[in-house]
Each structure stands twice: as structure tokens, then as C-alpha cells.
Design a protein around this ligand. Structure first.
Ligand SMILES: C[S@@+](CC[C@H](N)C(=O)[O-])C[C@H]1O[C@@H](n2cnc3c(N)ncnc32)[C@H](O)[C@@H]1O
Length: 229
């Protein structure tokens, strides 16, 4: 991965004007997309692994890419079980060394994985969304997590949720969506990584001199956020 990386280019100069409507819609209308069989199987495997771990806090690394952050979080929180989820088999297959015993990488679509996790009453203590795809075109708001119908499910899982991005507007929108959905105050703050970046994308953006942004919020476990089907 090269150190040079371009900043986000978008016509948006602030949060999307349609955001509040999208969030209201996600809170009112159930997500009806059928669950993919491969994600059911992946979730069952993750559940078995978690059962064998026999307790301790759960940390989700949602959209973990090559899984470097999953490894690093597992090292940072040795008592936790850290599950990295990504839909890209290619990224997950890259060799970044042995996985610690308290880490698991799962190939799955988060839109389904999060719903299965909520149904199974998973209560992550920590939930990381590290550099999600920004989808900077205004027309693609619904593909950003804050504009996606799965948002209430992701938030309902609860725990300490941390989002990082190199696009300030993404984090500002996410903060607005969190507060609209849960009533919990949230805001975007500048973020400077320490000596060791948590992910390859963080490394790339930081090395290119880009400003980074993050949001950290503690959320209650609240399945009632999700509209009934
Ligand atoms: C920009 S990359 C960031 C990867 C990693 N977190 C990092 O910072 O290096 C976004 C990742 O999210 C994954 N992703 C996007 N949508 C997803 C979904 N619906 N389910 C699972 N993974 C998804 C992509 O495959 C990609 O690996």
C-alpha cells in the first residue's frame, strides 16, 4: 500500500440534507432483505467460537479489511474475544501473521451479521467501525452506515461504539444519526493516531498528512430501536 492517498472529494459541504429523513425511515420501517445463507453459516461458526471462549467481553471490528485491527485489538484487550467481520474474501485472505487465540476473522455481510447478532442477544462491549467506505457522492447517502436501513440494528447492539474516518462529514453525519436514533449526544472530534496506526487505511491517510476524525459513544443495548417486522 502506498503512502500517498487523496483526500475525499465530495460536493457535500456539510451533513446531507436528507439524513434525518433517512434515519427516521430506518427507525420506522423494518429491513426486509432476506438473510444470506453464507452469512448464517458464518454467524453460526462465530457463535460456536464465542461459546468455546466461555465468557469475557466481546469486541466487534466491523469492516475489518485485512484484519490488522482485529489482531491489534486482540493484543490490546487480551481478556476480550475480538471478531473481525468483512465481506471481502480477498482482503481477509491476506497474510498478516498468526491470529491471536482471542481473535476471529469472519467473512460475512454486516447487514446480515448485525441482525443475527442482535437476534442472538449479543452485547458487544466494544464495536469498531474503522474507516468505512465513505460513498462521498451525495446520491449514495443510503450506502453510508448512517443512511442505511440497518443503522438501528447496529446501534441497538449497544456498547462503546467507535467510528473513525478521514472524511469529517461522514463522522458528523454519523453523530447526528446516533443522536436522532438513540437520544445519546455524540460528536465528531479530531483524531491523531499514536505511534502504531490501528489499520492500513489509517496508516495510509495519516502518512499522507490527512486529518482524521472519530466519534466515540457509549450506547445502551436496546433492541427496541429496531422497528418490528
Ligand atoms: C475502506 S475499507 C477499511 C478496512 C479497514 N477497516 C481499514 O481501516 O483498513 C472498508 C471495508 O469495509 C468492508 N465492507 C463494506 N461493506 C461491508 C459489508 N456490508 N459487510 C462487510 N464488510 C463490508 C469492505 O470489504 C472493506 O474491507
Amino acid at each position: 500500500m502506498t503512502a500517498r492517498s487523496r483526500s475525499i472529494v465530495s460536493r457535500q459541504t456539510g451533513p446531507h440534507e436528507d439524513l434525518a429523513r433517512r434515519v427516521a425511515r430506518a427507525l420506522a420501517h423494518p429491513l426486509r432483505k432476506p438473510l444470506a445463507e453464507h452469512t448464517r453459516e458464518a454467524f453460526a461458526g462465530a457463535s460456536d467460537w464465542l461459546g468455546r471462549r466461555g465468557g469475557g467481553p466481546l469486541i466487534l471490528d466491523a469492516g475489518c479489511g485485512v484484519g490488522l485491527s482485529t489482531r491489534r485489538l486482540a493484543g490490546r484487550f487480551p481478556d476480550a474475544s475480538v471478531i473481525g467481520v468483512d465481506r471481502s474474501a480477498d482482503r481477509l485472505s491476506r497474510d498478516h501473521g498468526r491470529l491471536p487465540d482471542n481473535a476471529l476473522l469472519v467473512r460475512a455481510d454486516l447487514v446480515d451479521f448485525w441482525r443475527l447478532a442482535l437476534d442472538a442477544d449479543w452485547r458487544p462491549a466494544g464495536h469498531y467501525l474503522l474507516y468505512p467506505n465513505p460513498y462521498p457522492k451525495a446520491a449514495h447517502l443510503k450506502m453510508r452506515w448512517q443512511g442505511h436501513p440497518v443503522l438501528p440494528v447496529m446501534l441497538a447492539l449497544g456498547g462503546r461504539l467507535e467510528l473513525r474516518s478521514n472524511w469529517r462529514i461522514y463522522v458528523e453525519e454519523f453523530a447526528l444519526a446516533v443522536t436522532q436514533a438513540t437520544g445519546v449526544p455524540a460528536s465528531a472530534e479530531p483524531f491523531v493516531p499514536g505511534e502504531t496506526c490501528l489499520t492500513p487505511f489509517e496508516q495510509k491517510y495519516h502518512a499522507s498528512g490527512q486529518a482524521l476524525w472519530r466519534l466515540v459513544v457509549e450506547l445502551p443495548h436496546d433492541p427496541g430501536l429496531v422497528p418490528a417486522g
